[in-house]
Structure formats: structure tokens, C-alpha cells
Design a protein around this ligand. Structure first.
Ligand SMILES: NC(=O)c1ccc[n+]([C@@H]2O[C@H](COP(=O)([O-])OP(=O)(O)OC[C@H]3O[C@@H](n4cnc5c(N)ncnc54)[C@H](O)[C@@H]3O)[C@@H](O)[C@H]2O)c1
Length: 285
């Protein structure tokens, strides 16, 4: 089935990035979030991302205008009646995603694929909330979306081969390299990444090192491009906490218990780069 219009739910850092790469690959994009104010900010961030590419001469100014011309923002998800493929990238909370998928199932034309960018929540469970479970799939983009090549494509138990093939195909059309994974808590990327980030927060809590020293040791000692605490700030500490809860509950092993210092940061609203403060502080965008 041909895809011309991609519907993206959530205009935050991931939804904005997914919208941007979709526009850059020639798709029309419908971007949805809960309020006009958030959508205005989402659109401005996408424009900022494209402006950087114009400055670097990766795209022409006229290309940017054409891409932005293909972006429609809407606070009304019923507008997704005109989309050919939906990607959900709203806040990482299971009840929220289940409710959103019930709604998407109502409004997106039957036969169309509903993908979720969840970092950890069961694709099988999300699929079961819809009347088209064989058309539901995980499409786990990496942050920042315009720069990162990988999409982890996760098959739920009910996902059909046709849905899987079409999603792998679309991922390549977005200029990405899709790699398959099966549906267990955290899939592959976060099953391995989040325990490392959590351990770094324990090391910080126990006074093993200061944030910049923990990060420097992992950057230079393990050859990671950024340290685990800076990466946690980039991902969002609320998202990290939610993923760890899913790992803990889904796998039942105490080794995944979220560090109390991580919980405390989230309680304080220190969510990382997006809120201006996490393990580090950031100038206001
Ligand atoms: N941050 C990362 O590094 C990363 C990487 C891969 C996947 N993800 C996943 O992507 C998703 C989004 O994460 P993010 O980092 O962009 O978070 P974010 O906080 O930047 O954005 C989430 C957006 O969802 C919106 N939202 C909440 N409820 C909604 C609803 N009912 N309808 C429409 N929009 C709604 C919020 O208003 C917000 O704008 C999560 O599932 C997360 O696990 C995040």
C-alpha cells in the first residue's frame, strides 16, 4: 500500500525528529499533540533542525520551504483519517499508549499500519488494544532522530509478515537502517543501555565519582561517544525511569530496580536537557 502521508503523534523531541526525517524524505506529515502551544514549539524545533541543514549546505533553502509546506499540525487526532501510516511518539506511559492506539484504530483507515516508537512497552499489549493487531509494530527510532541511522523494528506476537516487510521498507525510505528485534521488555537497545545508565546513577549516588568524571571515564575508557549521565539527560530522565520500571516489572529481576537518585530527579522535575536541568544544567533553548 502506498504511503504518502505519515501521521506522527507527539511533537516532543522524538516526534519532532520523526516528522523532520519524514519531511526530508518527501512525505506529507500530520503532527499531533495535546495543545496548540506544544505544536507551535514542535514546528519551530523542526524549522530549527532544517535551518541547521541549510546553513551546513546539506539542503537548499527552497527544499526547506517545500518540506515545511508539507507539514500540517493538528491538536485533533481525528485528522489522522487522511494518513497512510501512523507513528506514535507520545510520552512513555502504558495507559496513555493503550488509549492512543484505541483512538488511532478508530480514525486511521483500516488496513493501514500503526507503529509505536515506545522505548520499552509491550508491542503485543499495544496491538491487543486495537482491532488490527496484525498491523501494529514497534518502530524504535534513536535520539537525535535526524542523526542516528538505526531503527529497531519490533514485531509483536500478532504482527504480520506483510506489516513487518512494509515497515522495514518505509524505514529505508526514511534513510535509516532498520534492524529487527523481538518483543521482550526493552527489546535490545534499552535492555542493554538502561541498566548501564542506571548503574551510572548508582555510582553517582554512592559517591564513586562526580558526573563529569563518571562520564569521562566511560567516554575515554569504553570509547562511548557520550557518557551515561549525559546520555540519560539527552534521553530524558522521566523516560529512563519509565523504561527501567518496565524492565523491572516485565522481567521480574531486581537488578533492574531504578536508582532512588533517578526517581528523586524526576520527582523534582529535573528531567534532563529538555527541562534545562538533569545531572547537568543546560542553557534555556
Ligand atoms: N528520548 C529518547 O531518547 C527516546 C528514544 C527512543 C524512543 N523514545 C520514546 O519516544 C516517545 C516520546 O519520547 P520523547 O523523548 O519525545 O518525549 P517528550 O517528553 O519530548 O515528548 C512527548 C510528547 O508527547 C506528547 N503527548 C502526551 N500525551 C499525548 C497525547 N495524548 N496525544 C498526543 N501527544 C501527547 C507530550 O505533550 C509531548 O510533547 C516515548 O515513548 C519514548 O520512550 C524516546
Amino acid at each position: 500500500m502506498e504511503v504518502r502521508t505519515i501521521g506522527v503523534v507527539g511533537a516532543g523531541q522524538m516526534g519532532g525528529g520523526i516528522a523532520q526525517v519524514s519531511l526530508m524524505s518527501g512525505f506529507r506529515v500530520l503532527l499531533n499533540d495535546v495543545s496548540e502551544a506544544i505544536l507551535v514549539r514542535g514546528r519551530a524545533n523542526i524549522e530549527k533542525g532544517l535551518d541547521i541543514l541549510v546553513r551546513k549546505e546539506k539542503i537548499a533553502a527552497a527544499d526547506k520551504e517545500r518540506m515545511i509546506g508539507n507539514l500540517v499540525t493538528t491538536a485533533n487526532i481525528s485528522d489522522f483519517a487522511s494518513c497512510d501510516f501512523a507513528v506514535e511518539a507520545a510520552t512513555e506511559r502504558q495507559e496513555l499508549k493503550l488509549a492512543l492506539f484505541r483512538k488511532l484504530d478508530e480514525v486511521v483507515p483500516a488496513g493501514r499500519i500503526l507503529a509505536t516508537n515506545t522505548s520499552s512497552i509491550s508491542i503485543t499489549g499495544i496491538a491487543a488494544a486495537t482491532g488490527r493487531p496484525e498491523k501494529v509494530i514497534g518502530m524504535h527510532f534513536m535520539n537525535p532522530v535526524p542523526l542516528m541511522k538505526l531503527i529497531e523494528v519490533i514485531r509483536g506476537l500478532q504482527t504480520s509478515q506483510e506489516t513487518f516487510d512494509a515497515t522495514m521498507d518505509l524505514s529505508r525510505r526514511l534513510g535509516k537502517e532498520p534492524v529487527p528485534a523481538n518483543d521482550y521488555p526493552g527489546f535490545v537497545a534499552n535492555r542493554i543501555l538502561m541498566p548501564m545508565i542506571n548503574e551510572a546513577v548508582y555510582a553517582l549516588m554512592e559517591g564513586v565519582g562526580k558526573p563529569e568524571d563518571i562520564d569521562a571515564i566511560m567516554r575515554m575508557g569504553a570509547n562511548h561517544p557520550m557518557g551515561p549521565l549525559a546520555l540519560a539527560d539527552l534521553i530524558g530522565l522521566d523516560t529512563c525511569l519509565e523504561v527501567l520500571k518496565v524492565l523491572q516489572e516485565g522481567l521480574g529481576d531486581p537488578k533492574y530496580r531504578p536508582c532512588p537518585l533517578l526517581k528523586k530527579h524526576v520527582e523534582a522535575g529535573y528531567l534532563g536537557k529538555k527541562s534545562g536541568r538533569g545531572f547537568y544544567t543546560y542553557p534555556k533553548a
